[in-house]
Design a protein around this ligand. Structure first.
Ligand code: SAH
Ligand code: SF4
Length: 360
């Protein structure tokens, strides 16, 4: 079995080399080659000892997905990549650009964590395709490297690299907890890509044990929780995992998280016309979150083939937002981006054979 070097955190690489009899100094050299020099093969790592290079040649690979499709939205702000993995499964990664201060643009990578998703949320294209498999840490990291390479080749941003990462692509990150956390450790490693943990946001459908683990041991990344309903019945009609983890348990885990980590939680609410956008529902959400260090992201529904709901109109969305402010809850209506190339929230899917597996 070959080890993909992108799958290893730096401590794991140091351990592997220690087993072979090499010091951490050598591991750091390989690490710099991978993440500073962006070496794509061993032959590009000129500074390695020949015996170590031979050992790496015999036991490891450096593998990145290949680009199958590359589409840009009509406004030019969003670019979506269909990436092919080693086993021919495909995933989607999205590069979004936002105008920052003084005309500078900021790049955000929306990264997938699984091929498909087991959670089955009715309005989500990834949920509609079912679950195929988890992504490895390296397959997660490689999406960021891919987007970085694109930015560097086009000189599109002043910072030359992705600034923000959102785990909001295909899949449920807390269903793939260990691999996602290893990927976070690789992305934030100070001798490598050095991404700021506060610029990484993990969005979960509300897997309670995962939120509790994040509260206890997770890294200092931002947490977003998809709510979509303020009662169990309303959540369950949209997101099946709400049956497994009722709202009371979910909110308890979220309160533990904010208390232990002293960190704000972002709550996501997909606004669906006539479904979860009434003033009563806004009041119910306000009461649910009142007093918490919370921010609500309102996402007007994006179209998917398997669900015929419509997005809340902008006036009703603003009314929803103004009710939340009565509860001192800050909120944002998310800009709709990349809808013409199906790169918006919940629109990602890939042409892959998938099983509909049950919730874990
Ligand atoms: N699995 C994670 C992260 C991926 S989805 C989660 O569910 O949180 C990222 C966000 O997009 C979630 O808040 C999800 O509820 C939302 N979403 C899914 N389908 C959508 C759609 N069709 N329109 C708008 N938002 C959608
Ligand atoms: Fe999975 Fe998130 Fe889509 Fe639900 S909304 S099916 S959890 S990706």
């Amino acid at each position: 079995m070959f080890v993909n070097l992108y799958d290893l955190s730096r401590p794991q690489l140091i351990n592997m080399l220690a087993e072979w009899g090499y010091s951490a100094y050598h591991a750091d050299k390989i690490w710099r080659n991978l993440y500073h020099q962006q070496a794509l093969s061993l032959s590009e790592m000129g500074d390695l000892r020949p015996d170590l290079a031979a050992k790496l040649q015999a036991h490891t690979i450096i593998e990145r997905p290949s680009t199958q499709l590359d589409t840009t939205s009509s406004d030019g702000y969003t670019r979506k990549f269909l990436l092919r993995l080693a086993d021919n499964q495909t995933i989607e990664t999205v590069l979004m650009r936002f105008e920052g201060r003084q005309g500078r643009s900021r790049a955000t990578a929306c990264v997938s964590t699984q091929v498909g998703c087991a959670m089955g949320c009715v309005f989500c294209a990834t949920g509609q395709m079912g679950f195929t498999r988890h992504l490895s840490p390296g397959e997660i990291v490689a999406q960021v490297l891919h987007v970085n390479a694109i930015l560097q080749s086009t000189g599109e941003t002043d910072g030359k690299a992705v600034r923000n990462i959102v785990f909001m692509g295909m899949g449920e990150p807390l269903h793939n907890y260990d691999n996602v956390m290893t990927a976070v450790s690789i992305l934030t490693d100070h001798k490598g890509l050095s991404m700021a943990p506060k610029h990484i946001t993990l969005s979960t459908v509300g897997i309670v044990p995962g939120i509790r683990r994040l509260a206890d041991e997770g890294q200092a990344i931002r947490l977003a929780v998809s709510l979509h309903g303020a009662t169990d019945a309303e959540r369950q009609s949209l997101i099946p995992p709400a049956r497994r983890w009722p709202l009371a348990e979910l909110m308890d885990a979220c309160r533990t998280y904010t208390t232990k980590r002293k960190r704000r939680i972002f709550f996501e609410w997909t606004l669906i016309e006539g479904e979860n956008d009434t003033p009563e529902q806004a009041h119910a959400l306000g009461s649910l979150l009142q007093g918490m260090d919370a921010h609500v992201n309102l996402i007007p529904l994006n179209p998917t083939i398997g669900y015929d709901g419509r997005p809340t109109r902008s006036q009703a969305a603003q009314q929803f937002q103004s009710i939340l402010s009565q509860y001192d809850l800050p909120s944002t209506i998310r800009q709709r981006r990349g809808i013409d190339i199906a790169a918006g929230c919940g629109q990602l899917k890939a042409a892959a054979k998938a099983d509909h597996s049950t919730i874990p």
